[in-house]
Design a protein around this ligand. Structure first.
Ligand code: ZN
Length: 139
């Protein structure tokens, strides 16, 4: 009886030992792969850090430039922020084919002419109240 039970347990143990052996080999292979890839990972992480640092300094430069430009806009910037807040985040619209790109209203010729003169402060759409700008072709 006891002998039978011992044989059964040995039979149960065999698949587990095989599985343990396979998993140990797999583990060793993965450790070796990790050791091989570690230098590459360190290189990539260093490149990533440099890239992040570059983006941080570019962002800081852009924020400083924006602050400088915003200072020169004064009242128009405040007005723009108010328009933006009341118009779902979009305070400017393009003059496109005689229409406002935001509300699609056909603009009076006098408004179109003032918008194309690029004067400051910019002209506003008589319908939606956003500042109208036109895109100029790059030289
Ligand atoms: Zn409009």
């Amino acid at each position: 009886m006891l002998q039978e039970r011992a044989e059964e347990m040995e039979e149960d143990l065999l698949p587990l030992q095989e599985r343990h052996s396979r998993l140990s080999e797999r583990s060793a292979a993965l450790r070796a792969q990790h050791r091989t890839l570690r230098p590459e990972l360190e290189t990539l992480e260093a490149e990533d850090e440099r890239r992040i640092e570059g983006l941080r300094s570019a962002g800081a430069a852009m924020r400083a430039e924006r602050a400088g430009l915003a200072g020169s806009l004064g009242r128009t910037l405040k007005e723009y922020e108010l328009i933006r807040r009341s118009k779902k985040g979009i305070g400017v619209a393009l003059l496109q084919g005689g229409r406002c790109s935001a509300c699609n209203v056909s603009l009076p010729v006098s408004v179109q002419q003032r918008a194309t003169q690029d004067k400051f402060p910019p002209v506003k759409c008589p319908s939606c109240g956003r500042f109208l700008i036109r895109l100029t072709q790059p030289a």
